[in-house]
Design a protein around this ligand. Sequence first.
Ligand code: GLN
Length: 600
Amino acid sequence: MDGERLLSSLSDSSDETEFYTPLPAGYERGQCKYVVVFGTVMSGLGKGIFSSSLAKVLKDKGVTVAPIKLEGYLNRDSGTLNPFRHGEVFVLDDGMECDMDLGTYERMLNQDVTRLNFCTSGQIFSRVLDKERRGGYLGRDVQMIPHVTGEVKSRLRELAVTTRADMIFVEIGGTVGDVENAYFIEAIRELAFEEGPGSVCNVALTYIVEPAMLGEQKSKPAQLNLKALMAAGIHPHVIACRARHPATKKVREKLAMYSNVPMERVFSMHDCESVYLIPEMLRGAGIDTAVLDLLGVGDKADENREESHRAVWNDYIARFRATKNPVTIGVTGKYTSLRDSYASIIQAIEHAGVHYGAKVRLEWFDSSILTEENVADRLKHIHGVIVPGGFGVRGVDGKLACIRYVRENKIPYLGLCYGLQMAVIEYARNVCGMEDAGSTEIDTDSPYPVIDILPEQKKIEGLGGNMRLGGHEVVLTPRSVVSELYGGAKTIRLRFRHRYEVDPAYIERLEAGGLIFSGRSPSHPIMQVLELPRATHPFFVGTQAHPELTSRPLDPEPMFAGFVHAALAHSGVRDAQPTSSLPRGIHHAENHFNETAAAE
Ligand code: GLN
C-alpha cells in the first residue's frame, strides 16, 4: 500500500476502524520531517539545549525549523508552577506561559515561538475530553491508544501545517520510563510508521556516569535506558552522550554495539563553558549532516548561508571568551538557591556582558536576610543590583532596603517587574513622604497603596492564566534614558506577566517627587518603565515588563546592556565600547513580533 493510501485509511473516522489519525486540513505527508529528542537515564540533561542547537545548525543551512516541547504534566501551561521546582516560567509574545526551554529555543534560533510550540498533557487531555462531549468519538470508548496518541500526532501535524517548516523538532519532556510521557513516545512510534521511512529521526540523549570512587566513565545506566527506549518501539538514529568529560571511545563503542547505532552517530556532548558552544560541537561531530542524510533532505543545505551565519555566531563565542573587565552584579530575590528560576536573567546578563566585554559575576542575595542595617556591608563590593520578578510578601523589606541603598549611593539599578513595584514603594516612602506606602499584594491596609491590582484583574478569580500576559506596546518618553537605550525608539514591545501595577492616583505625587515614568501603555494608564534623571543617578531604571525574555545573544536587550555599561563605569571602566563590529540588531529577529506589533 502506498503512503498516501496508508494515511487515508488510518484517518478513517468511522467507528468501524481501529485506527484514529485525525489529519489537519492541508496536511501533506512528506511535506515535513521530524527530529525527536528523547531523554534517558535522568532529567536535566539539557534536551532543550541539544534540540535547539541542532535546530540552529540546520537553520543556518537554510532549513526552516519549528520546535515543539511535549510536556508530561497535566497543567495546561506553566503559569501556576513554582519556579523553585520547575525553573522560570517563560512567557511568549502571545501570552503563553511555558517551560524555560522555550526561551532556549527563542535565543538559539533567534526566532519567536507561539503557543503552538508548547504542548502539555493537560492540553491534550482537555482536547480529548472536549471532543468526547461534542460527540467526536461517537460509538467508541475513548482510549489512550489510538485517541490520545492521535491528538498528539495531530498537534505535531498542525504545527507542520501552520509553520510550513521543513523540520519539526520534537522535544519529549521527562525521561524514558516515566508514566507521564509514555504515550508521547507511543505517538512518535505511530507517527514514524505513518510518515514512512526517512521521515522521523530519533535522537536519544543519554548520560554517562563517572563515579568518583571509580574515576572512570561507565556506560551501563545509558545502555539499560536505551534498551527501554527500544522496547517502546523507538530505535535511536543518533545518540548524544552527556558527560562531565568527553565520552571515551570505549563508552561510545559500548553504546553503538548495544543499540545498533553506527559509531559516527554516537557523539560526546560533554560539559562546556557556554551553551552557545554546543552548535559548533554538533557541527564538529557531523551530526548536522548525519541528520540531513537520514531524512533525505541534504539538497536543502546552502553552504554559503551556513558560512555567514556560522561566522556571526563564532564571533559571539570569540567575544564571549575575550570578556575581561570583571563586574559583580547582585541579584536580590527569593529563589536564589535555584539558578534555573532566573535562567533568562542570567542569559540576558551574559549577552549584555559580551556586548561590552564585561566578565560578569552574579552574586545572589536572599532578600529575606537583607536589612537596613546590614545592606551596606553586604553590598559593598557590588557594581550593580537587579531586583527580579517575584510574588508575595517574603523578602520585601530586604528588597526595599537594598533599593534604598543603591538609590542613595548611586549604584546602578535595574528593577524587573516586582523590581519596578518595589522601587516605586521605596521612593514613595523615603522621598515622597508617604510613610508605609505599599502594595495591596503585600498589605491591604497600607495608607498609600501605590501598587494596586489592575482594574480588569479585580473581576477575575482563580489563579491560573489570569495575569496581564505577553507582548504589549510601550510608548517611550523622547530623550529619556530608556528611549536613548533603544536608539531613540518611540514605541517598543516588551513581554509582561503581572497582576498589580502603579495606581494612577499616585503618579502625580511620585513625579513631583522626582521619579520619571518614561514608558507607558499606549491605551491604558499603566506605568511600564520608570527612571531617575541622569543628573541625580547614573542608572536607575525599573520596568513592569520582563525584558530578560527578549534578549538574544546577537541582540542584547538594551536595558540590560545599559545596566551592564553603567555597572562597568561604577567598577572603574568608563565608556566601555561595544565589542561587536556588527551593527546592533542585525539579526534582530528574522521573526520577532515587532513588525506585527507596529501594524496593530
Ligand atoms: N507580584 C507582582 C504582580 O503580580 C509582580 C509579578 C512579577 O514580578 N512577575 O504584579
